[in-house]
Design a binder for this molecule. Sequence first.
Ligand SMILES: [Zn+2]
Length: 216
Amino acid sequence: MDHIISGVLHFQKHVFPEHQALFDKLANKQSPDVLFITCSDSRIDPNLVTQSAPGDLFICRNAGNIVPPHSKTTGGTTASIEYAVAVLGVRHIVVCGHTNCGAMNGVIHMDTLGELPHVKEWLGHSRSAVEIVKAQCSEINAGQLRRVTEENVLQQLQHLKTHPAVAAKLATGELELHGWMYEIESGEVCCSDGANRVFEPLQQYYHSLAAKRSTA
Ligand SMILES: [Zn+2]
């Protein structure tokens, strides 16, 4: 903990004064363009990976970057999504999974989660990802962790569409969904819209998306 405390002191003394104007601007208002949903994993830093600043990303984190399908049950993720879309008016939602995800490993090995009832129930929202990979391969094992993680991102994009605030903004073209997969070991980000289940490197993905739109 010591380095965390000295980090705050360093921030207050050296970093904050450098960005005083930005913090003044943000003191009473935020207007982020992006809701960024990712895993709680300590190895992911959304602002570092996207080279963005305070105020740019409304971040929602949980084990497995999961979005429970809309229901009458209220949870932190559901409330954050509703607020970001309906009140803040974000124009984009990114669901970002990552390599070597412990939560996704747990989904593959649900039988080992007996002592973790809440984790087990939460990861139930990702079961369809495992079932999809299982249907395509004869068996499921640790070697398919990446495939399961990618399918999980795509499944959570589907779940997002069940949330009324999201569905409404999608219908009017005011909101766009993005499926991302971050590689911890290389810094690579691969993307998919779920249409063909393929994740392409970010630059290639957005280049072809722009080309498709310019010819549409
Ligand atoms: Zn994870």
